[in-house]
Design a protein around this ligand. Structure first.
Ligand code: SAM
Length: 324
């Protein structure tokens, strides 16, 4: 079992399979947008080996992310192989859903049961403005196809940013009500080197909750499938609302994860730029035991908690690089 210095059990790995993305979301992509060369991106075989070794240490949950994971060819192959690893019992995917509709059946065949979709607006023109791509209809179609394919649950993640989309909070709740799915509001986090993030652009979970309560009755959800979110049932509907509040509160005591970046760095904490190069080991003649020892050491340096709201340091890299 992997246990850090603060007695947290680490059983979850987020794997970024690429730093490439088909969207250019204004708050995520840095101006220059340089890519890691293909040869520096972990191969599927390297990822599979890493996850197999991690599973032997007690990791049971994997999330594939990016960049945009569906922008990398052969993702169904990876999913299938990871599903076959003994000890891995939960694999999920985080996607912007532009390509999801066309791939959902193949992904389902490979073992995908649930999906997280990032969507920050319900307005077609605004979607094109935020992402730089006119693909809103593709995303909606993907969501419908995913519901039809039986993905359960579908969690729609929305980053609310002042002046960007904070006028759509109630519209998102209406969607959760209509579709009977989960909408999770995520606080805008301090990533990337551009200037958009500052305290004035953050809308806290509490502010969002207050807006929702003007129209809806939210009851604390009894479901245990909540991850880092505080979940609520919308009274009179199957829909659920979640709040993920990494900026205004500490969810660190419940943190059970580490991240593997597409370039092969192991990142013990999202909010710290400290990373360890596991690719070097995977590409040397290191044994599984040596890689296990490396993972154990990395987990040991996981910090107890991030800084307070006013003191959070901006991370050097955007979430596209780290794997959001
Ligand atoms: N392309 C995939 C997707 O769209 O879900 C996975 C990677 S993307 C970087 C993951 C998530 O990170 C998206 O939901 C995006 O909105 C979120 N994200 C990016 N920058 C963020 C920030 N500064 N604060 C909070 N969330 C952010």
């Amino acid at each position: 079992m992997l246990i850090d210095n603060f007695n947290r059990i680490i059983n979850y790995i987020r794997v970024s399979v690429t730093d490439r993305c088909n969207l250019r979301c204004k708050y995520c992509v840095d101006g220059a947008f340089p890519f890691i060369p293909h040869s520096e991106i972990l191969s599927y075989e390297e990822i599979i080996r890493f996850v197999r070794i991690s599973a032997q240490l007690g990791v049971s949950k994997v999330r594939l992310t990016g960049g945009e994971p569906l922008a990398r060819k052969g993702i169904s192959y990876l999913l299938k192989e990871l599903n076959n690893i003994e000890g891995i019992d939960d694999i999920s995917l985080t996607t912007n859903a532009v390509f999801l509709g066309e791939k959902i059946l193949e992904l389902k065949d490979a073992g995908l049961k649930r999906v997280n979709i990032s969507l920050d607006t319900l307005k077609k023109e605004r979607f094109a403005f935020i992402t730089g791509v006119n693909a809103f209809d593709d995303v909606l179609m993907s969501i419908e196809k995913s519901i039809y394919a039986g993905m359960n649950p579908i969690k729609i993640n929305t980053v609310i940013i002042k002046g960007f989309n904070d006028d759509e909070i109630l519209d998102f709740a209406r969607l959760a009500e209509k579709w009977g799915q989960h909408i999770r509001f995520i606080e805008f986090m301090p990533f990337g080197s551009f200037d958009l993030w500052d305290a004035a652009t953050i809308i806290s979970s509490q502010q969002i909750e207050e807006t929702l309560k003007t129209r809806y009755t939210l009851e604390p959800s009894k479901s245990n499938d909540r991850g880092p979110a505080r979940m609520f049932d919308i009274k009179g509907s199957k829909g659920k609302i979640g709040f993920i509040s990494p900026v205004s509160t500490h969810i660190c005591s419940e943190c059970n994860r580490i991240r593997l970046t597409s370039g092969g760095k192991l990142r013990p904490c999202l909010f710290s730029d400290v990373e360890y190069d596991v690719k070097k080991l995977l590409r040397s003649s290191a044994s599984d035991e040596e890689i296990k020892a490396f993972i154990r050491e990395t987990v040991k340096v996981k910090p107890e908690r991030k800084g307070e709201m006013g003191q959070i340091r901006k991370c050097q890299r955007s979430l596209r690089n780290i794997g959001g």
